[in-house]
Design a protein around this ligand. Structure first.
Ligand SMILES: [Zn+2]
Ligand SMILES: [Zn+2]
Length: 379
């Protein structure tokens, strides 16, 4: 993370504050101890932004985030409950491995369940420190991204001034915010539960990133502009206000009441002083998120369990893990209770010939990687 205008990774390795406007120092071939994990890392050439900038012309400014800076930021974000993954240098998801088809090519392949480190875009997002370190090792010098939605507990308003987007104080109260590398803003709000649309009605240039979405996180560098994404101020994530939720409910009438939108009051240019600092009251997500747009929870659960039952020997544990991730997402969406989901998976795993230990490990792994706790379930 680029705290106080310094590259944290480079400062940590060199032992002096390295301002982000300075040319990035070489940090390759150095052994450091990770602050969050206590683990020793040896920095290699491919993790060194100075090496990366020297051999590549993809960044106009010649600036890239080094892997240690990204790792510190990624662990910090994961620690706050948001799963992270890496995009490629182009700001697009990295390609799947050769074993993983695209979902449109093989609908039977479960992108959430295959468990591969970097396949299927945001499905690879995790809060597990070991997995995060491994992902960064696999995609060095990429862009750090946060999976949004109920799994992260946040919905992010994405404001793009190039398309007319503006911060509208009537519906966007001050909250945790990012200045993007392309000159826009990301405003983080606590996810209110239930389905949300991808567009904020009545506000051009304003998108909403929630379930099925992701946002680039600081201190990633925008590949076109060479500018870093930066946290603005120190506000905690504020609850999503009713006026904003109203503009983000899907138009199919499935949730809430859709009303004609009021004319918005746009704020030109920079928001007023104080928008990004202060102490907004943070509240936990709603406890009744509905079924998260899942049309038939029993059918979806049956499909997950059937996948375990028909998995060929040798793939059953992986399939059970995948099914557990799917069921965990149902739990997160409020479509099934955690004990019921756990019990159904446990029965499916044992019926498929898995040991008690393997069954529990696969289910706990799947729940954990979807950030659904299993603490309340008997061991
Ligand atoms: Zn794969
Ligand atoms: Zn896959």
């Amino acid at each position: 993370m680029t705290g106080n205008g310094v590259w944290i990774g480079a400062s940590y390795v060199t032992g002096r504050p390295v301002p982000i406007h300075e040319p990035y120092p070489h940090i390759c071939a150095t052994t450091v101890t990770g602050r969050a994990t206590g683990r020793r890392y040896r920095t290699e050439r491919r993790q060194c932004a100075a090496c990366g900038a020297a051999r590549s012309a993809y960044q106009p400014g010649g600036i890239v985030s080094d892997t240690l800076t990204l790792l510190a930021a990624a662990l910090d974000i994961a620690d706050q409950g948001m799963p992270v993954f890496m995009l490629g240098r182009s700001k697009r998801p990295v390609a799947n491995c050769p074993d993983c088809p695209k979902v449109e090519d093989d609908p039977a392949h479960d992108p959430a369940g295959c468990g591969h480190l970097t396949c299927h875009g945001f499905y690879a997002a995790t809060r597990d420190p070991d997995r995060i370190a491994a992902i960064l090792d696999a995609v060095p010098l990429g862009l750090l991204a946060i999976r949004t939605g109920t799994v992260a507990g946040v919905a992010v308003v994405d404001i793009d001034p190039r398309n007319g987007g503006r911060i509208d104080l009537d519906v966007m109260p001050p909250t945790r915010a990012v200045r993007t590398g392309s000159g826009g803003w990301h405003l983080y709000y606590t996810h209110p539960g239930g389905p949300l649309a991808a567009k904020v009605a009545g506000l051009p240039g304003v998108d909403l990133k929630a379930d099925g979405g992701y946002v680039v996180a600081p201190p990633s560098i925008h590949p076109r502009t060479g500018q870093p994404y930066r946290w603005l101020g120190d506000r905690p994530t504020a609850p999503m206000p009713a006026a904003l939720i109203e503009r983000c409910r899907p138009a199919d009438g499935s949730v809430g009441v859709s009303r004609p939108s009021r004319p918005s009051r746009p704020v030109a240019g920079q928001p007023r002083d104080g928008f990004f600092s202060g102490t907004a009251q943070a509240v936990p997500p709603a406890q009744n998120p509905g079924a998260g747009g899942i049309s038939s929870p029993p059918a979806l659960l049956a499909a997950h369990l059937a996948a375990v039952a028909r998995a060929p020997e040798g793939t059953r544990r992986t399939t059970l893990y995948g099914a557990a991730r799917g069921v965990a997402r149902m739990v997160a969406a409020g479509a099934i209770t955690e004990p019921d989901g756990y019990a159904a998976l446990y029965e499916a795993g044992r019926n498929a010939g898995q040991t008690d230990r393997d069954t529990r490990a696969a289910i706990r792994g799947g729940f954990r990687d979807e950030s659904v706790g299993t603490e309340g379930i008997a061991a």
